[in-house]
Ligand binder design. Sequence first.
Ligand code: KIV
Length: 287
Amino acid sequence: MTAASRFTVRDIHKLKEDGTPIAMLTAYDETSARLAELAGVPMLLVGDSLGMVIQGHQTPLPVTLDHIIYHAQIVTRVTTQPLVVGDMPFMTYNISPEQALANAGRLMQASGVGAIKMEGGTYLAPTIARIVQAGIPVMGHVGLQPQSIHKYGGMRVQGRDNVDAARKLLADAQAVEDAGAFAMVVEGVPVELGKMITEQVRIPTIGIAAGPHCDGQVQVFHDLLGLFDAFQPRHVRRYAEGAQVFREAIASYVDDVKNRRFPTDEHAFAMKPEVLAQLNGTETEDK
Ligand code: KIV
C-alpha cells in the first residue's frame, strides 16, 4: 500500500501473511470515518449496526440497502486509505444469488465501497460464489448473525454447549472460504472455536466476541468510544468514556448559555466602527 492509495483485499491478506493483527472498526459518517482513518484503521465497515447506533432501533432488521448506500457514500467520500466494506442488510441477499448479485452490484456502484459483507454459512456459499465470480470481493460473517436474532431468541454465543452446533460452525467457515470470500467476520463464538476456525481457514478471520486468536478484531465505533453507556457487553473494551465526556460538555454549554457566559466577545463579530456610526446616525462629516 502506498501513501496515496487505499487498502485492498490483497493488502488485508498481506497483513495476515505478515502476522500483523487487523484492527477493523465500523464507521457511518464523516466524524467516525475521519477519526478512524487518522488512527490508521486499515478496514472500515459500514455495518447494519447503524440500525441500532444511528437509527435507534433494537435490531439491524429495519436497515435498508438505501440506508447503507447513504452512509457508505459518506465514508468513501471522506477517506482515502482504508478498505471500506459495505454490509448487505437483512433480506437483500437471502432470496436468490441473482437478487444478491444485483444488490451487491448496486451497493458497490452507488457507494464506492471496495467489498461487501453478508451473514451466513454453508447455505450462503452459492451466493458468495456467484458474487465473487462477478468480481465483487465478499467478506463472510459466521457464528452469531445479528440479522437472525429472532431465530436465536436473542444475541447468544453460538456453538458453546452443543458439539453439533460447534461442528456446524466449522463447516460454515470452511464453506465461506471455499466459496471465495476474502475474509470473514467470526462473531459470538467461544474462544476455542474462534481459534479452531482461524487455524482451519487460510483467509483472515476478523473476530468480535470470538476471543483473541482471530487474525483481526472488529468493534462498533460507539461501543469502543463509550458513546453508548446504558450497558457494556462483555466483549467490549471502552477506550473512552465518550457519553460521559459529552454529557458533561453539553451540560456546561447549557449552563453557560443560561448564565450568559457564552458567547463572549471572543466568539462574536464586531461591526466596522464607521458602519456602526452610520447606523446610529453619529458619523462625523468629512471636511
Ligand atoms: O453491523 C456491524 O457492525 C457488524 C459488525 C459488528 C461485525 O456486522
